[in-house]
Ligand binder design. Structure first.
Ligand code: OFO
Length: 170
């Protein structure tokens, strides 16, 4: 049985994952209406689906442990971006915030001596290492490309392959 503070902390994370899914959906939609960013758009549609999966995993866990997973109200995410570079910086920024939040959660689980939750959260810890790596690498690539349009063309073409090579399967 989950205690109250763990349940609250897990429900906060449900919101964070839902918010991530919305944020990446907005990025996908913005990229979809820019010329030539089809790959980037697909990448973020897929990221958005993944975040929803992360949220669902938490929802199921909370309910299985005798708690109540609360479906949260969400704030509108950023819906337009000055440039693709800014979009990817925002993506990295977001993943770093999620990692911090997971770390806090792990800390809470340990201090409450909830070892089952601590063990459950290890999947998220590993996932965040992967997600941060992907976000950082893509930012580094964009930095190298600068204003080179053919570089950007290749970046967009390769982003889906890059993702499946870098990310371990779920
Ligand atoms: Fe849910 O892993 Fe990214 O944010």
């Amino acid at each position: 049985m989950l205690n109250k503070s763990i349940q609250e902390a897990l429900n906060k994370q449900v919101k964070m994952e839902a918010q991530s899914s919305q944020a990446y959906l907005a990025m996908a939609s913005w990229a979809e209406i820019q010329p030539g960013l089809e790959g980037v758009s697909n990448f973020f549609y897929q990221q958005s689906d993944e975040e929803r999966m992360h949220m669902l995993k938490l929802v199921k866990y909370i309910n299985e442990r005798g708690g109540h997973a609360v479906v949260p109200a969400l704030e509108q995410p950023i819906i337009s971006f000055v440039s693709i570079k800014i979009l990817f910086e925002e993506y990295l920024h977001h993943e770093l915030a999620v990692s911090n939040s997971i770390n806090e959660l792990v800390h809470t689980a340990l201090s409450e001596k909830d070892y089952a939750t601590h063990s459950f959260l290890q999947w998220y810890v590993t996932e965040q290492i992967e997600e941060e790596k992907v976000a950082r690498t893509l930012n580094d690539k964009l930095e190298l490309i600068g204003d080179d349009r053919s570089g950007l063309y290749l970046f967009d073409r390769d982003i889906m392959n890059f993702r499946s090579e870098e990310k371990s399967p779920q």
